[in-house]
Design a protein around this ligand. Structure first.
Ligand SMILES: [Zn+2]
Length: 476
């Protein structure tokens, strides 16, 4: 085999010279251009992992492994292997990291019998992402995860070139942030205990940044709020039965939400996107509440869904006014938001078509294709709301579906979600694998380059070489 022919996700373009080789024993020095100086240590570790002796050199002339800048598109990279040198090129930190990760896969494939006599096929791989937005979501509310688990997940995400981490931080079962506005609420939970301190959040955000991943915090309103409203009943509807939704006519409740979001924006200063939820609110308590009914009249609404829309548009406007971009779950219930808002399509594959005329961009996240809490096979327990989601099922997902001409410019990217109603923290990493490999080709690779049998062949090759075990057992 040629040693380019193992890469996951599958690259855009590979050209090989199958009669020429680079002998790995010839590496004795590596050179890193200043732009990428922060990768010197990981390059040293990479060579150590494969028992290859290479020292850092101050000039490319004395090095056989060269990492340099080239004016490529964002996140793109190029690896050129010739008999005398290996050259890694990229224009940014993401491109450099992805190139080094791809090169590591090549090293696994090349050194399966050990470094002695190991060689790389000469040639060149050029790669760039299909979508600029490639995300993974974790629900830390239903089951709490320690920071160490989240960091392991982030490392796996980076390995498979995912660049956004959508973090679901509150829900009816737990409020996982320690904020001044909601003081005490972090200790109220009906599932596993735990919350993130300011230091924890910094730790996660810093790790994510080092891995070229942006964090998208989610605070889900006005529904999914049983726990919140048990602790702060003053924000619930009048005479509500087991309130799970904020009262839509209660100004103090809305102020609470805005103050929470202000603190969250302070905690996540680099987060361009703030997810504000907007899903699965029930109207029963609103319909019976005199405060909501009065607000409905004052706003000339004919039903509570219209009033809910006004409420959430106001929250979205608040986020926009703070120079962040709001993301909302698509509800398929006629809600419309500011064109700058982003809609996460999870329920209905036709949602992108519905919101496109309004100017919203869409994240493709449809549950039957991308909800990783669904069983990978039916040996796992499942719930009535789930579907089987095999690795094959993930692999065949295409965010454009059959409407590429209509939604090509609307769909900004894709996100796989790990909800945790039934997933305790020790199952988080096992639930990611192996479906994450398949998902990376949906998010990164050009669709015309994807075939499932070829994916399986590359995956089996990397598995046999120990790459997957390395990811799990090395903590990488
Ligand atoms: Zn109300």
């Amino acid at each position: 085999m040629n040693t380019f022919d193992c890469l996951i996700p599958v690259p855009r373009q590979v050209s090989i010279d199958e009669n020429r080789f680079f002998a790995l024993a010839d590496i004795n020095g590596f050179f890193v251009e200043n732009t990428f100086a922060n990768y010197a240590e990981s390059i040293r570790q990479l060579f150590n992992t494969f028992s290859l002796a290479a020292e850092q050199k101050s000039s490319p002339r004395t090095a056989q492994f060269i990492v340099e800048y080239a004016p490529l598109p964002p996140e793109a990279f190029k690896i050129t292997v010739s008999p005398g040198a290996i050259v890694i090129q990229s224009a940014d930190s993401s491109g450099c990291m992805y190139a080094l990760n791809a090169f590591m896969q090549m090293l696994f494939a090349a050194t399966i019998r050990g470094p002695k006599g190991a060689r790389l096929t000469c040639g060149c791989v050029e790669d760039a992402p299909r979508f600029a937005f490639r995300s993974f979501h974790l629900d830390s509310a239903r089951h709490f995860q320690q920071v160490a688990v989240i960091k392991r997940m982030l490392k796996l995400m980076a390995q498979f070139r995912l660049n956004y981490f959508h973090w679901h931080l509150i829900d009816s079962q737990g409020w996982r942030l320690q904020l001044k506005t909601s003081a005490g609420l972090e200790n109220q939970y009906t599932s596993t205990p735990g919350f993130y301190t300011v230091e924890d959040i910094r730790d996660v955000v810093n790790t994510a940044r080092e891995l070229n991943i942006s964090v998208i915090p989610e605070m889900d309103f006005p529904g999914h709020s049983y726990g919140t409203l048990r602790y702060f009943p003053q924000y619930a509807c009048v005479n509500a039965q087991a309130p799970g939704e904020f009262c839509l006519g209660n100004q103090a409740g809305k102020n609470f939400i805005k103050n929470v979001l202000l603190e969250v924006m302070e905690l996540f200063p680099e987060s361009k996107y703030i997810h504000i939820g907007g899903d699965e609110a029930e109207t029963a308590n609103w319909d019976k509440c005199p405060v909501c009914r009065q607000a409905m009249q004052e706003n000339n609404c004919s039903n509570m869904r219209e009033l809910e829309n006004i409420f959430m548009r106001d929250i979205a406007q608040f986020v926009l006014a703070n120079d962040r971009t709001p993301i909302l779950w698509g509800t398929c219930s006629g809600q419309t938001y500011q064109p700058e808002s982003i809609i996460q399509s999870w329920l209905d594959i036709r949602e992108p078509l519905r919101v496109a005329p309004n100017g919203n961009k869409v994240i493709y996240s449809v549950h039957t294709s991308l909800y990783f809490d669904y069983p990978a096979n039916l040996s796992e327990p499942w719930e009535t709301w789930m579907f089987e989601l095999s690795e094959r099922g993930v692999y065949m997902t295409d965010p454009h579906i059959i409407w590429a001409d209509k939604v090509k410019d609307v769909i900004m990217g894709t996100e796989a979600c790990l909800w945790t109603e039934t997933i305790p923290q020790w199952r988080v990493i096992p639930k990611l694998l192996p479906r994450l490999y398949a998902y990376s080709e949906c998010a990164w690779s050009a669709p015309e380059r994807k075939t499932y049998t070829d994916f399986c062949r590359r995956k089996e090759l990397l598995e046999a070489a120990g790459f997957m075990d390395f990811l799990i057992y090395s903590g990488n």
